[in-house]
Design a protein around this ligand. Structure first.
Ligand SMILES: *Cc1c(COP(=O)(O)O)cnc(C)c1O
Length: 380
């Protein structure tokens, strides 16, 4: 079976973890600020706060830009569910707008049309590592929180790395991301006061000059341990290599899938055009006139290839229908893409042979189906 994702972990990560374990300081130690400093430098941000996950980073970032009870946050329905959930954590309404069919990112014009006098922030997502059109969101004049959880290594057309524009930009370090700490996240930002607030709220609301068990505001335990930060530091050392490996695998896929793109209408990730993608996943859209996406997943599995519907539309999930009144038909571009998008195996150590195996399997599944006039794929 060719897996969907696989982290790169070596003796450097093992040694870094052992060193922390033997030091006796497992949390609130020196690895946390060291990791923050090096990560901030990497994405061109003045400050960074390490947190326990991408989700908790998004939560603290939304609080830091002032989102509260009864507000609205404009965001993308085509994302991992966390980017919308965090608004609800603060009793604000996640307000969706449709996506751009080429980049699959939140469409800035649709977002502008969804702004009301209760909108207190926009939350664009750099989906699949492709930079969102930040200059257009900046023109809305609202505070911005960037979901950069899939976008480490991405660069905007003007040369700014994603995460380096001064807005709080949140990265995630789950095991399938470009850089992993097992679980983890980080908020990159330009504002020193925001860094101080996030540092405090991730640690139960304790100010930097306060003693142990002394807390002057509502806070959480959203800390990241020194063990995790040590893994993150080792991963930063190998980041350039891992990003280059991902880009190379994406190039192999593009070449290998060119025939299916031309002859069968398979849709590939949009190419860079000034903006540079930080490769996270390789997601294709199956053609409208072929077998259903879920049938393709089953047929690929029978051929030894893991794949996954990626991503489901958030507004059609039960919680969003029942609590916020969303329905089919509200965001047609997102719904069409979500019904046809499929993540293929994609990780830095993937070989060209494995890419060819995936391509051959996908070709068989789509061909067999097309010669059967769109019927179910053969199960030979
Ligand atoms: C991974 C991810 C997150 C954060 O996930 P955690 O599991 O909380 O680290 C948020 N948004 C997007 C788009 C993601 O891909």
């Amino acid at each position: 079976m060719i897996p969907l994702a696989q982290p790169v972990i070596g003796p450097e990560e093992e040694a870094a973890v052992l060193e922390v374990l033997r030091s006796g300081q497992l949390s609130l130690g020196p690895r946390v600020p060291e990791f923050e400093r090096r990560f901030a430098q990497r994405v061109g941000a003045a400050h960074a706060a390490a947190v326990s996950s991408g989700t908790t980073g998004l939560h603290l970032a939304l609080r830091a830009v002032g989102v509260s009870d009864g507000d609205e946050v404009v965001t993308s329905p085509f994302s991992f569910v966390a980017s919308a959930n965090v608004a609800a954590y603060e009793r604000a309404k996640p307000v969706f707008a449709d996506i751009d069919p080429r980049t699959l990112n939140l469409d800035p014009e649709a977002a502008a049309a969804a702004v009301t006098d209760r909108t207190s922030a926009s939350l664009p997502v750099h989906i699949f590592g492709f930079p969102a059109d930040l200059p257009a969101f900046e023109r809305l004049g609202l505070p911005i929180v960037e979901d950069a959880c899939e976008a480490l290594g991405a660069v905007h057309a003007d040369g700014t790395p994603v995460g380096g524009r001064g807005h709080p930009a949140v990265f995630g370090f789950y095991a399938n991301k470009q850089l992993t700490t097992g679980e983890g996240g980080l908020v990159a930002m330009g504002d020193a006061a925001m860094k101080e607030r996030i540092d405090s709220e991730r640690n139960q609301g304790r100010a930097p000059d306060m003693g142990w068990l002394d807390h002057d505001r509502l806070g959480f335990n959203y800390r990241l341990s020194d063990i995790a930060c040590a893994v993150g530091l080792a991963q930063l050392d190998r980041l350039d290599g891992m990003l280059a490996d991902r880009a190379r695998v994406a190039g192999w896929y593009r070449e290998a899938l060119a025939d299916l793109e031309r002859e069968r209408g398979l849709q590939l990730p949009c190419p860079d055009d000034g903006d540079l993608r930080g490769w996270f996943v390789f997601v294709v859209q199956v053609p409208h006139d072929g077998p259903a996406r879920d049938e393709v997943v089953v047929a690929l599995r029978e051929r030894g290839v893991q794949s996954k519907p990626y991503l489901p539309a958030i507004h059609l999930m039960s919680y969003y229908r029942e609590t916020w009144g969303y329905r089919e038909g509200m965001f047609p571009v997102c719904e069409d893409v979500a019904a046809r998008s499929l993540a293929l195996p994609f990780f830095p150590s993937m070989t060209q042979d494995q890419v060819q195996c995936v391509t051959d399997a996908l070709g068989q599944v789509l061909e067999v189906a097309s010669s059967a006039h769109g019927g179910a794929p053969s199960r030979t």
